[in-house]
Design a protein around this ligand. Structure first.
Ligand SMILES: Cc1ncc(COP(=O)(O)O)c(C=O)c1O
Length: 405
């Protein structure tokens, strides 16, 4: 079976149809390579959608997780969980913030952030707090996070949406200043430093600094969703660090546990004390297995200097893509930083998913026309060049044949 034959649904009649899947079942992986159940090998430039920070079956991570599973997978937040303090202390050290709350997914981290923003307002006497959110944003698929998301397709069919959001375009300081002038009940600004699902759209450094300034002037919380762009992917621990600013609230997930479900909300002094006992909780969040995965991921990232690798290999990958695709009609822009890159085409290109899988490369297409590359941070130079060698001819062939819609 090839990836271009879309009969995955027939293979799983009992699974709810929330995804249009390729008919490929992955069986095992090693580094940046994975194999399917038919023995076909793929180069993995998706990494489980920016999750497998250390690639697959990392030789230092696997024994650590095995040891943890043999000892204690889950206890309860009714008791102390030593791994929570260990991971929180490390995240505090890396971020310059002060405290962390742990959950299991990105949307949960964002839900916690939204609750913090509302309670922060209530604590100041604002009865109906509002949160500034962004066009093309993606924050998750719970009712609150899809309401914060700036994508009509994600919201369609799920009204009534949660109220209390004010939406602005990214990188438009005047629009945010207008909100500051006209909306007295705003308590927070909530944005991705690089919009992932929205098409790899970076907030500029100047914009991030301006948002920080406006938040300071107004007493608003700056909440940066680093679920996709954080955890070393851009070459710094957190993408906002390129702008030299500190957020007040930073949701994390995806790459933090190298594939073990995990989420975190890291807070600075303005936000860390907003929740008290009974205000928030989760059964699975912060369990010993997830904490071990987080601690080991960060340790291995430091040991193997993976931030430097993400920056260097990412820059080489971007430069090679720019070289290969220079002057190709239909290529609109190549964007992103480190190992979070997007190639925008002038037309929807979802079919490249199957074609690239058939050619031995896993990737994703987001916002209909943006090819997204978010490989593991262990990607080598040779592997980066192999991505270019497989992908660029596919893009050129696709653009030569597909009509602009
Ligand atoms: C920026 C961002 N926030 C939140 C989420 C939601 O994370 P999860 O799918 O773990 O709920 C995603 C997922 O793609 C994301 O990219």
């Amino acid at each position: 079976m090839t990836a271009s034959q879309p009969n995955a649904a027939a293979a799983e009649p009992h699974v709810m149809k929330t995804y249009t899947r390729l008919p490929i079942a992955l069986s095992h992986g090693r580094g940046c390579r994975v194999w399917d159940t038919d023995g076909r090998e793929y180069l993995d430039a998706l990494a489980g959608i920016a999750v497998n920070t250390l690639g697959h079956a990392h030789p230092k991570l696997v024994p650590a997780l095995q040891e943890q599973i043999g000892r204690l997978i889950h206890s309860s937040n009714y008791y102390l969980v030593p791994g929570q303090e260990q991971l929180a202390a490390k995240l505090v050290e890396l971020s310059g913030l002060t405290n962390a709350f742990f959950c299991s997914t990105g949307l949960e981290a964002n839900e916690a952030a939204l609750k913090i923003a509302r309670k922060y307002g209530h604590d100041k006497g604002i009865e109906r707090p509002e949160i500034v959110v962004y066009e093309k944003a993606f924050h998750g698929r719970s009712i609150a996070t899809l309401s914060a998301t700036g994508n009509a397709k994600v919201q369609a069919g799920f009204g009534p949406l949660v109220e209390g959001f004010v939406r602005v375009p990214l990188n438009d300081v005047a629009a945010l200043e207008e909100v500051a002038r006209t909306r007295p009940h705003v308590t927070a600004v909530f944005l991705e430093v690089i919009q992932g699902e929205g098409g790899i759209n970076p907030a500029t450094i100047d914009y991030l600094r301006a948002v920080r300034r406006i938040c300071d002037e107004r007493g608003w919380l700056l909440m940066l969703d680093e679920v996709q762009c954080g955890m070393g992917r851009t070459g710094k621990w957190f993408a906002h660090q390129w702008a030299g600013i500190l957020p007040d609230v930073m949701p994390l997930a995806k790459g933090l546990g190298s594939g073990v479900p995990i989420g975190a909300v890291v807070c600075g002094p303005k936000a860390a004390g907003v929740f008290g006992p009974g205000n928030h909780g989760t059964t699975f969040g912060g369990n010993p297995l997830a904490m071990r995965a987080g601690v080991e991921t960060l340790r291995i990232m430091e040991e193997e200097r993976l931030l430097d690798n993400a920056a260097t290999i990412g820059a080489a990958l971007k430069a090679a893509l720019e070289r290969e695709l220079a002057g190709v009609s239909g290529v609109v822009q190549i964007r992103g930083q480190g190992l979070m890159l997007g190639i925008e085409l002038d037309r929807p290109c979802g079919e490249l998913l199957a074609r690239s899988a058939d050619a031995g490369l896993l990737l994703s297409v987001t916002a209909d026309r943006v090819i997204r590359l978010v490989p593991a941070l262990i990607l080598t130079h040779d592997e980066a060049m192999r991505i270019v060698a497989i992908l660029c001819p596919l893009i050129k062939a696709f653009l030569a044949e597909a009509p602009v819609s």
